[in-house]
Write a protein that binds this ligand. Structure first.
Ligand code: HEC
Ligand code: HEC
Length: 405
């Protein structure tokens, strides 16, 4: 698969450059055009040859299967990023369910338990370093991976755009109260509007990739320099790894390029194209109108705009993601408190690329679109009620629309 993708990339490089040339000529004649979409897993249309090269090198790192000599473990969930992000192409979603757990105390506070709320599925060496969910955990929550197509465009949406959509105290009285998850971004050291992850727990691709490198694969890096000790037990960590390995940072800059693995992940994700839209039929267009009428668009906001950027591929672009990237309580919360995100709240998932997703909701617990919609409650109770009043023909149209995304 990897080799095929590399071959396909050469094709995209040519297409990408042709599109850039075409766009440049359009721009110089004063016209604007949205470039045609990339196929699933292709680069953002319009990237320069240099950006394409960063994307290609990033893809290689994203596909690379790590071994313990390269820093994998001692506790980990997967051996490569692509292992959980490959449906329907590298950079997509996956079916692996990760485990989070913790303890809800009688006073309502949440304790992630020693070692944090992620319980890694594997370890090296096995047995001595294996994490286990302790008996005192009373919240156990599986989580699905999230497709990464178009992540660079999502990153380029300004914080203010998300803040403008938020209505934490429901002042407009529509029953929907989205909230920005403000986070301290490790990459820049500033407070930013979180947008990535089921709890909107990260604001930038550098920080998300760096955290994933540690939490998913056990590879320490400059943003997350400390090894994860199994169940937070530092003594057990020393039985799993030599002290030298515990102390040194595993992801170091390449001698020739000066780039770290986390920089390469960032480049791959930043230049990964958005999912191509499916066929738009009359039925799907009718469904799209219904989607707005029955208030789905209150949270699944059809389009957001990137901010001004010196890079034309990110400069004031329409991002048709169908999400407000805010936290909402729709009655599906996993009970895990993460940063300032409460247990009941989940970030509105983007619906672009929905037609190729399998297993819906954060834990994959809904098998069909209808099931996912019927699980909407609380802030989305009115939208669900309106869905339930739709005549059968209109339900078909709404589902056709969702299947065209
Ligand atoms: C074992 C499976 C697994 C592996 C390996 C993995 N991920 Fe993920 N990824 C997930 C899951 C699960 C989520 C959702 C996590 C959450 O919100 O708690 C996720 C979410 C993400 C997101 C957020 C996307 C969004 O739009 O919200 C990014 C970015 C990401 N992963 C990048 C990476 C990178 C880079 C690597 C390799 C260093 C990687 N992942 C390895 C499972 C995995
Ligand atoms: C109040 C905000 C809100 C409204 C209104 C809302 N949604 Fe959602 N939607 C969410 C959130 C939050 C989730 C994620 C829940 C989870 O994973 O636990 C979600 C999940 C989904 C999913 C699953 C996506 C995936 O990747 O698993 C679909 C499909 C969906 N919504 C469609 C709709 C439709 C159709 C409507 C209108 C009937 C609607 N939503 C109204 C917030 C909302």
């Amino acid at each position: 698969m990897a080799r095929n993708q590399v071959r396909q990339l050469r094709g995209w490089a040519t297409v990408g450059m042709l599109v850039s040339v075409l766009l440049l000529s359009l721009r110089s004649s004063g016209q604007r055009a949205e470039p045609s979409p990339a196929p699933f897993g292709g680069p953002l249309p319009g990237v320069t040859a240099q950006e394409f090269e960063r994307f290609r090198v990033g893809l290689e790192d994203f596909l690379e299967v790590e071994e313990s000599e390269e820093g994998l473990g001692p506790v980990f969930n997967g051996r490569s990023c692509a292992e959980c992000h490959s449906i329907p192409a590298v950079g997509g979603g996956g079916t692996v369910l990760e485990m989070r757990a913790g303890r809800r105390n009688p006073d309502g506070t949440f304790d992630p338990l020693p070692g944090g709320s992620v319980f890694q599925l594997f370890s090296i060496p096995p047995h001595t370093c294996q994490e286990r969910i302790p008996p005192e955990a009373n919240v156990v929550a599986p989580r699905k991976s999230i497709p990464l197509f178009g992540a660079g465009l999502v990153e380029a949406i300004p914080d203010e755009a998300l803040a403008a959509l938020a209505d934490p105290d429901d002042r407009d009285g529509d029953g929907v109260s989205g909230r920005v998850h403000w986070v301290m971004d490790r990459g820049t050291g500033t407070a930013r509007a979180g947008r990535f992850g089921w709890k909107a727990q990260q604001a930038t691709l550098l920080s998300f990739g760096a955290e994933a490198y540690l939490e998913e694969m056990g590879i320490t890096n400059e943003l997350f320099p400390r090894e994860n000790a199994p169940n937070g037990d530092e003594e057990r960590l020393l039985r799993c790894l030599p002290l030298r390995a515990v102390r040194h940072i595993e992801d170091v800059a390449d001698r020739f390029t000066g780039l770290r693995g986390i920089d390469n992940f960032e480049a791959f994700l930043r230049f990964l194209g958005p999912p191509p839209r499916g066929e738009s039929t009359d039925l799907a267009r009718r469904g799209e109108r219904l989607f707005a009428e029955i208030q789905c668009a209150a949270c699944h906001v059809p389009v957001l705009l990137t901010g001004p950027s010196s890079n034309p591929v990110f400069d004031r672009r329409l991002v048709q993601l169908y999400s407000d990237l805010l936290l909402h309580d729709i009655g599906t919360g996993d009970g895990i408190v993460q940063g300032d995100a409460p247990g009941e709240e989940i970030r509105t998932p983007a619906l672009w690329g929905l037609r190729v997703r399998r297993g819906l909701l954060h834990d994959g617990s809904a098998a069909t679109l209808t099931e996912a919609i019927l699980r909407h409650d609380q802030e989305a109770a009115e939208a669900r009620r309106l869905f339930q009043t739709l005549p059968a023909g209109e339900v078909v149209a709404l589902l056709a629309f969702l299947d065209s995304l």
